[in-house]
Design a protein around this ligand. Sequence first.
Ligand code: ADP
Ligand code: MG
Ligand code: MG
Ligand code: MG
Length: 418
Amino acid sequence: DRAGDYRILHEAALRDHLAGLPDIAALLGGEPASWEITEVGDGNLNLVFIMKGASGGVAVKQALPYVRLVGESWPLPLSRAHYEYLALSRQAQIAPGLVPALLHHNEALALTVMELLEPHIIMRKGLVAGTQYPGFVGDITTFMARTLFFTSDLALSAAEKKEGIAAFAGNHALCKITEDLIFTDPYRIAEQNRWTAPYLNALAASLRDDMELHVAISRLKLKFMASPEALLHGDLHTGSIMVTDHQTRVIDPEFAFYGPMGFDVGAVIANLVMAYFASAGHERATGERAAFEAWVLETVEKVWSEFARKFLDLWRAEGTGDAYPVSLFAGAQGAARLEAERQAYLHRLFADTVGFAAAKTIRRIFGLAHNIDFELIEHPKKRAVSEARAVRLARAMMVETGTFRTIADVTGAARKLR
Ligand code: ADP
Ligand code: MG
Ligand code: MG
Ligand code: MG
């Protein structure tokens, strides 16, 4: 009974477990008794420890049978650790160098040992501090273009694609969290909702009465549930990205499943747009963060344009999947028609991205899980001003998605609201 083997590994038990893994013990070096353990988990769901020895360190992530943020009253399957491991393995193959190396996985313990990312920090923290990351656009667009393209019907045989869907279909409890917390609760009275009261009380109430918005979020929810386009990371916010000045690593893919590509791309864009609006709340002197804010919006533009360029290049060069068989597009005329169709595909993906970005924004301001971009703005009135700007843009992006024809329409609207 493998499930029966689960127990939470704290200090001594974790040390013993790693000491029993020769490769990891060698990597850490020295006597197990001398290894230093620090709990670093700052996420909502799991335990994360850093273990350091004489010659190296590792990160150890263990799932709890419940949501860490809420407690034992909210059970959550341990199997998410298996899906995270599976996703991390696939991402390492398809997008090498952009995820931490996997060193060990124990399914019964829901425990994964991986490369210690050091001196990397969580990107969201860097953005709050006003740090620019010049290498980020190149890395994140490579990660998204490659992981989304190579797990789609554009690259795979029909059989491979459906095997992929099946491998992740059991991760539905994590999908349900997204379905509830992102696509439903912020738009109704829900016990877990919170917002910057009293300043945003009226805005919160208006979202609950906004039928156009309810239609729009419901369409997005259905798309999330019923469009297995590619293997998504599923939680691709700036708290799932670790960076140095010149490196980017994507962590925490426990929400991975086959869903609509725009959900991942929209997550990155939404979190940059929120960093932009939050920035005003972090300045101590007017205009102090102008260069940072210009960089953030430029980055939003490049995230879309570079992603689209790389995705199209992959499709042109390696579009050997069962969708769009080249035999149907023979000759120069066929090639031109197929190229136009690729552009049309990207245009639909852009509309999905805009809608999902809006959904990811509203949930951070009215739902259960908030982000430090806004939370660390000390004065609630100032915080509410930044949040309301983000919500105003998000509402337009969700309800009037078609009026955002290019990414410059998104950044232009953001600039006007600042
Ligand atoms: P959760 O699923 O609970 O959100 P994460 O995988 O996001 O857990 O990890 C929580 C925190 O642990 C991260 O924010 C980061 O600070 C730290 N962390 C996670 N993985 C690593 C790693 N490979 N190297 C260094 N720190 C890590
Ligand atoms: Mg996390
Ligand atoms: Mg999280
Ligand atoms: Mg997580």
